[in-house]
Ligand binder design. Structure first.
Ligand code: NAD
Length: 210
């Protein structure tokens, strides 16, 4: 959806106002009141909000909480996922430098390793910490997602340290080792070798039919 810049600017104004109203415990607000507070016509406020699918109730207005969430989603604000990468070897470094891992939806905020040549340095513009400091750093940086690119034998230990932070909610694991995590942590495994095996199997089956 292409949105004109003045509309985005007004949305940012609505967002700030709604954040303030929410903090004050205000529950409902009319387009008239929003207009008066921001120096806009009520008809403009109604037009903007209905364009994004939010229609206030005549005589009641808008629910502040709901409208706040709605405008926040339109602005994709402030939910940017913060990611940590563990094991900055061949695969980890390749992923870190790849443009597919740069997005306005997420960002790699810290990397972790045990190699003294890497710890304390910036790698691809991201600070590298010792894996033992992971619980503290993940908590401090509010990192909720881990990309795991350590050798298989180090995987469970690294996961235990990540989970100990209490903030990790998801793990994308490239390490081909079974992982044990609490039920509220989601693990998603990526195994390129297994995918290749599948491809070879299907190719073999289709070749044998010929
Ligand atoms: P690598 O040896 O090049 O890198 C491993 C990195 O992890 C190194 O920087 C090392 O210092 C670090 N490390 C070692 N022990 C650690 C620990 N306890 N805590 C934190 N960091 C630690 O290995 P690689 O080739 O990049 O492969 C990384 C992992 O990805 C391996 O488990 C490998 O099997 C896996 N891998 C999976 C696929 C796949 O398809 N799933 C493909 C390639 C690699």
């Amino acid at each position: 959806m292409k949105v004109a810049e003045p509309t985005i600017e007004r949305l940012v104004q609505y967002y700030r106002l709604l954040t303030q109203l929410k903090e004050e415990g205000r529950r409902v607000i009319s387009s008239q009141e929003i207009g008066e507070m921001l120096g806009l016509k009520a008809s403009q406020v109604r037009k903007d909000l209905s364009y994004f699918g939010e229609i206030g109730k005549r005589g009641v207005g808008y629910h502040v909480d709901r409208l706040h969430d709605h405008v926040s989603k339109i602005l994709s604000h402030p939910n940017v996922w913060r990611i940590g990468l563990v094991g900055v070897g061949r695969l980890g470094e390749a992923l870190l430098g790849h443009k597919s891992l740069r997005s306005d939806k997420f960002g790699i905020e810290a990397v972790f390793d045990v190699d003294p040549n890497k710890v304390g340095k910036m790698i691809e513009g991201v600070p590298c910490f010792h894996v033992d400091d992971m619980p503290k750093i993940l908590k401090e940086k509010k990192i909720e997602i881990i990309i795991l690119t350590v050798p298989a034998q180090a995987a469970q230990q690294a996961v235990d340290k990540a989970v100990a932070s209490g903030v990790v909610r998801g793990i994308l694991s490239f390490a081909t080792a079974p992982l044990v995590v609490p039920p509220d942590v989601l693990v998603y495994g990526v195994d390129i070798a297994a995918e290749l095996e599948k491809l070879l199997f299907y190719l073999k089956s289709s070749t044998s039919k010929e």
